[in-house]
Design a protein around this ligand. Sequence first.
Ligand code: FAD
Length: 462
Amino acid sequence: MQACSINLTAMADFRDLRIAVIGAGMGGLGTALAFARKGFKHINVFETASNLGFVGAGIQMPPNVIRVLDRLGCWEEIAKEATDVKGTSIRQGSTDVELGHVYMPDMREKYGYPHCTGHRSSLAGGLFNGCKKESAIKFHFSTALVGIDSWAPKPKMTVKPRDGEAYQVEADIILAADGIKSLTRTQMLKDALGTESSEEDTGQAAYRIMLKRSEMEHDPEMIALLDSDTVVRWIGEKRHIIAYPVSNKQIYNLSSAQPDTNFAAATNATYTTKGSKKQMLEVYHDFCPLVQRMLDLVPEGEVCEWKLRQHKTLPTWVHGSVALIGDACHPTLPHMSQGAAMAIEDGAVLAECVSRIPSGKLNDPEAVTKTLKVFELLRKPHTNALVDLAAFSGRTLHLGEGKAREERDRQFKEGLKTGSVPDKWASPDVQKMIYAYDCVKDAQERYDELLASLSSTNGTTV
Ligand SMILES: Cc1cc2nc3c(=O)[nH]c(=O)nc-3n(C[C@H](O)[C@H](O)[C@H](O)COP(=O)(O)OP(=O)(O)OC[C@H]3O[C@@H](n4cnc5c(N)ncnc54)[C@H](O)[C@@H]3O)c2cc1C
């Protein structure tokens, strides 16, 4: 096994810290770029896949993440094909009757940034192009983490190139953005606490569909949706479909949530499966003709279904000089459209925290652990709240007939007056809480206080 490390004996500047990032998803790319923009000089990113390889799907980019992307210098490129969302319409799936409408014409005025939708490849591509401009970042594609060999004082891990020999990497800090199936999370919980992370069965799965303008243009109702600058959510018992335009309105993106039947019985931990069009049409058979016509456009053999997964809150995100980021530590149901946003924010907050380690303490593993713990203290309450809100919102949206649903629908009607609707993603009061939040400013303001709250021995709160 060959070894790969840079030998730095007398480190006087935080920029010399060797940062290893596992995973080049939204979290890993955002983290690498945030560290490079802070001036860090040695950032290595290890990714199993041979390239970015993102699924064909859309993504919502709320103002809180656009604030971060703008500071990272990559928003301008992503914005070129993004759609500015001007409102959201929540409709009864079966009738297409609007239950509630939230107008969002003034996101920029309120939060400094718009709320946008876009293609995943455009967000990932913008982050990746930003990274490529930074000579400090080196990508190692087709190279998978095999395991963490030591957590501190200098963390070490073994990685394996697809066609080569495994080798060991030593770093000063390892940041694991290795997603929902995170190997690092499993190993961290076992080594640090002798425990396992427990998955919470959401019981839900999602279809992801992209329809081309050319496929929709024969249908005036469909084209109106594509050109509308509006996110539409059709809701029904235990199911919903959310849809919005992406790629300069050349594509209409639909993403659903329905009871998971295909994965529940599976014995292995698969995450996606080729779905059956017949089954998809059956699941939404009682939705309105407009929805039916759109689902019917999906070519046979191109239905893809995803299991929606989440975990119980982890007891820790940090062990030694290793921290977890994004879906590795706070996977969420997609109903708040904040999963990737939170992962990218994590990277920006980490770069801010690590840059604050005093120069005299850069070789002190305890100082590194404590800084990573400050990151966890800053992020965990916020991400927990959003994960809970997503689950809560899903339950409310999926109500069946009865008093609770009548009350929900009443609240949708009153929404314009009260400033609050039961779809928490669209609710102006919740949007204010999330979109006005500047995660980096919060880190700057509270870093010292949170650091002081940690005990001197093990990085736990006193
Ligand atoms: C249906 C649906 C809709 C969504 N909509 C939105 C939305 O509108 N807005 C939003 O913000 N979020 C949304 N999300 C959530 C978002 O997609 C995720 O939260 C986000 O992509 C997580 O990013 P990540 O970098 O943490 O993980 P990932 O994107 O999963 O990246 C992990 C990376 O690590 C790599 N990796 C894994 N193991 C290893 C290893 N051993 N060695 C090396 N590399 C490894 C993987 O190949 C992958 O590239 C949605 C999710 C779903 C399912």
